[in-house]
Design a protein around this ligand. Sequence first.
Ligand SMILES: [Zn+2]
Length: 399
Amino acid sequence: MPRFALLLLTCACILPAQAQEPASEDWHNSLITVDTHIDIPISLATYGADPGIYGPMQVDIPKMHEGGLDIGFFIVYVAQASVTPVEYELAYQRAQQKFAGIERMLARYPDRIRLARNPEEASQLLAEGKLVAAIGIENAFPIGPNLEHLQEFYERGARYISLTHFGHNDFASSSSSRGGAEGYVEPEHDGLSDTGRELIRRMNDLGIMVDVSHTSAASTIQAAEYSRAPVIASHSGVKALYDHSRNMTDAEIVAVANGGGVIQLVAFDTYMRDVSEPNREAMNQIRDEFDLDFSSASQELLYEYRLRLAELGAQYPRANIGTLVDHIDYVVELVGVDHAGISSDFGGGGGVEGWDHIGQSAAVTEELISRGYTQEEVEKIWGGNLLRVWAEVEALANR
Ligand SMILES: [Zn+2]
């Protein structure tokens, strides 16, 4: 993007003040911004995890205002376990706990944040001065082996579903074989299974976005080709920049873009940079010291844990906002500006130097502008692309 940067620099000197790029923080606040991946504790909106106060969570209502974040996809995440009837039932119950957390937040703060079930509702709510919550399900596992809970989850507001998490399941192969009580398991199918295709058909019919973050390359490409509507990668990185199992190959990025979809580049430190062995050891040491159960640990303790990891950055530089925008740049150069977006994975391990909580979101805009992106391009990256895809998925379902 240096070409644009140069142009911007030149213009700033010769144009009258009102025609210059406005101060990015003010302008940032006027943008419609979407973060497609915000993990939640099962205790959300109870005493220990109150989204109504400026607290230790990386995302809460005051920080959404501070960072000018308009629309957040709050995540019903369920880990992959063995594909047995008992584990399916437990997965369904865990999903219930996550839905309940989001529903408590919405019930407790109806004047401040509301659920949107489609992009029109989202813009209506924003016009009324509300923040917007949308719901994504991370891992199709709790849907059930015969998709028995899909309709219920749709009715409760789920508008994207990731086909897998870490670990293969009955729907698709994952980018990582971790999962289940047996530990590492081999996939039963390379890519989508017949049930996985059936799931995509029904998601297309209902108007739920298909999410290919966490899937294997074969699953991603097959899903992008099979889906009648554009697909998203709700929180992923670029493999060409850092060879991590969670990152996408060029072929995957091209497949998603060819279908009209969008890749939401994720601010996840250890997916984005080479972590040296001593750095990894130091991180593991902190992990062992805290020995956290993430689903039940207090938000204060999690905050302290994140702080300790961040402090390691003095010794071993972490990924920063520049690294995140490197990943955005790569996708933009490969497939164009209509196919890149932003996600934080806050609450689920996300956060980079300079963007450690949602209140700091204006800094991402600043970096994009400094790289030479135009305002129109930044609007697309910060939410325009995702909202376009959501509207197309919705329109297909309505037809
Ligand atoms: Zn994830």
